[in-house]
Design a protein around this ligand. Sequence first.
Ligand code: HH2
Length: 275
Amino acid sequence: MGKIMGIVNVTPDSFSDRGAFLDPERAIAHGRELAEEGADALDIGGESTRPGAAAVSAGEELRRVTPVVEALAAGEGPAVSIDTSKVAVAEAALAVGAAMVNDVTALRAEPALAGLCADRGCDVVLMHMLGDPRTMQESPSYRDVVDDVKAFLAERIEFAVSEGIEEERIWIDPGIGFGKTVEHNLELHRRLGELAKLGRPIAFGSSRKAFIGKLTGAAVDRRVGGTVASNVIAYAKGARMLRVHDVRPMREALSVAEATLQPELNPRGSRGSAS
Ligand code: HH2
């Protein structure tokens, strides 16, 4: 069954939202809207990772995300994920109800984050990135992009488990757009199934990214069609958590993709309805 993770960026400089949700009240309202549209999880981030983005101090990141995590984790809503590489930020978010840590550095920026996640028993997303956000799009190159990403993720799983994180808690993510050309990104879509051989579920984040703009010519807030196509392909190739800005169209697309590709999960399919 595929899950949808709605994106809540509490930043002034995210490539796609441009600061629309920096105010906590607006970020909270946006998260609630995504929950109503069918998000299974909400990923809350206070530091932009777009190419060339400036680093943010832990204090500033904490100030941005903590009230938003606290409000959205209260009650019966979707699980809350904290998108951070910092121990201090993850610790505060987990203390107010986050259930998942999504680290785009796969526990490399602050390796002590592994011990915290092990101790708290939360879910963890380990993502591949070549270089760091400031340099990653400067002529990225690989021996074989899928083999290299797979070897990297295998090593990061091993590290996480050696630090006490239960293997069942780990998600892996190819890091679409993080040190990849358009062709690297497309090859990762085509051969995503090879990552499933690592034995962990795949999270996937292509929403509104630059490769979609390059293929379609669409501006960043007009990339829903390309985003849906990319994520349906990823789902068909085994991705099980789709990190997107536009939850409603993705939820609709996933309903059709699931009914088609995994009819055993869809009661409508088994009822044999005529339309
Ligand atoms: N992409 C972004 C941020 N976090 N996490 C995972 N696991 N996978 C991704 O592909 C991923 C991620 C970048 O997107 P966005 O949050 O929209 O932008 P920004 O980093 O500029 O806030």
